[in-house]
Design a protein around this ligand. Sequence first.
Ligand code: ZN
Length: 131
Amino acid sequence: MTAMVIKVTKSFTFDAAHFLPNHKGKCASMHGHTYRLEVTVVRENGNLMDVGSDEGMVVDFYDLKAIVTTEVIDKMDHKVLNEVLPFRTTAENMAAHIFSVLTDKLQSSGVLVEKIKLWETPDSYVEVCLE
Ligand SMILES: [Zn+2]
């Protein structure tokens, strides 16, 4: 059989305000985005759970949604990001932060974050991937 990796992706949207101090353009002023977040995960062996409630799954979509909602969406939705994040709120920094936070939360259950895709506008996104 051809080798394959099975991945699962869940998408979220949230609204938030931010500004980029020292930015040469308009982003220095407070403004808002509707961010779109796509979280892609795999199991450590690239395979599926073989026992229990999650048999045949990478991860239960319900569980993935709950973790991302608690760890990311609830903390950023309708917030001024500069007030809740301890770094310059570029989409790059935010995506890297989300990658780390979710990796920490999911690792113990054998699930790896394979990719974080964060859309800042409908035609601009940042990706952070497992190396
Ligand atoms: Zn912006």
